[in-house]
Design a protein around this ligand. Structure first.
Ligand code: SF4
Length: 360
């Protein structure tokens, strides 16, 4: 077994979409996105893989340097980084070596070592591999703060275009097994590769909406496709960053603002503008809403007002009517954004949106 060294940073790159390392001096260290910690030790147990996903630098047919860490090596290296204050969480995934179950067992062995031998009590994100047996999900849960399995694409017809080895129905059934065991002790996430399989935004967001509602996922991640040299998809265009940004914004609205996917992307693709503002400007019949009378659901659809501000407005309204924009400002509403879409105590302040008819 090889020693872990800095030059393995590139080989051990976590995913095939080209995540940026925090610092070349510290391989495996990535800024954590939405995981409640700042920097993660994020690594593949091995980049040997029996699968041949078309977008992946570690695919079976790839001619790349291969490595295969032992659970002990990884646990020791992580603890070195953790004690040095370089990272505050651990994220472990892997290529599939010998079999999904055999590899998953080694992933579990690694996180178990951290918890039992090194008494590490911090954040652990454990990846569940495609094709694993349900009892291994059960075994991973007690050591994990987060469990994830990547769906990669929003349906079998899309997935088959980028991976002949993964089966969408099987991935969903593993996700169901994870969700069935969900308590308050761990969260569940998944990830899509965006822009590699011909999917549109509506299909992605529709599935995300179902995953939040039916499986209790805490986050869906959108990884913009980035063509990697020497892969069969190397000639495909990369996914524009703006598309990923709009997907995250729309996903946020689906997750926390009761928007339906088809309200945000009715034509299939999200326009390259703020999705909430776009929806509001496309629905002049819904505005302006009177701040003193609007329901919670109406308030959170006003650009510049989110769930926290909407709850504050409703609380303050119990004491009496709001009469000045200053009161809204004090509640930290982004008042300039709201002006075209509200009346305050009967008065309309909007200027930009000419399609709205101010009340007399
Ligand atoms: S399963 Fe697919 S995406 Fe994952 S490492 Fe193997 S080839 Fe790459």
């Amino acid at each position: 077994m090889k020693e872990i060294c800095n030059t393995q940073g590139d080989d051990a790159r976590f995913d095939s979409s080209g995540c940026i390392l925090k610092d070349k001096k510290f391989p495996f260290v990535y800024p954590a996105k939405g995981e409640g910690v700042r920097y993660l030790f994020k690594v593949l147990l091995t980049n040997i893989c029996e699968n041949n996903c078309l977008y992946c630098v570690n695919r079976r047919d790839a001619n790349c340097r291969r490595y295969n860490f032992s659970p002990k090596q990884l646990a020791e290296k992580f603890m070195e980084y953790y004690r040095g204050g370089i990272v505050s969480g651990f994220f472990l995934s892997s290529g599939i070596y010998k079999s999904p179950d055999r590899t998953q067992e080694r992933i579990i062995e690694t996180v178990k070592l951290l918890r039992t031998r090194y008494n590490y009590g911090g954040y652990i994100h454990t990846k569940i591999l495609p094709g694993v047996s349900p009892q291994l999900i059960e075994e991973a849960i007690p050591f994990s703060n987060r469990i994830s399995i990547n769906l990669e694409a929003p349906g079998e017809n899309y997935l088959s275009r980028i991976s002949g080895d993964k089966n969408f129905a099987r991935l969903i059934s593993i996700l169901r097994e994870i969700a069935r065991r969900k308590g308050s002790n761990f969260t569940i996430t998944t990830q899509f590769v965006v822009g590699a399989s011909g999917e549109n935004d509506l299909v992605l967001l529709n599935l995300a909406e179902r995953l939040y509602a039916d499986f209790g996922l805490s986050r869906v991640y959108y990884s913009g496709f980035s063509p990697q040299p020497s892969t069969p998809l190397s000639g495909l265009s990369p996914c524009p960053r703006s598309r990923v940004r709009r997907l995250y914004q729309a996903d946020f609205l689906v997750r926390g603002y009761n928007f339906k996917a088809e309200e945000l992307a009715p034509s299939g693709l999200l326009p390259d503008v703020d999705p909430k503002l776009n929806w509001a400007e496309s629905h002049p019949e819904k505005f302006p809403v009177e701040i003193n009378e609007a329901s919670y659901d109406e308030l959170i659809r006003v650009p510049g007002i989110g769930p926290i501000i909407a709850r504050r407005i409703i609380r303050v309204r119990r004491e009496g009517r709001l009469t000045s924009l200053y009161e809204l400002k004090k509640m930290r509403a982004r008042v300039e954004k709201t002006l075209d879409f509200i009346t305050l105590n009967g008065r309309y302040y909007g200027r930009k949106c000419r399609s709205l008819t101010p009340p007399n």
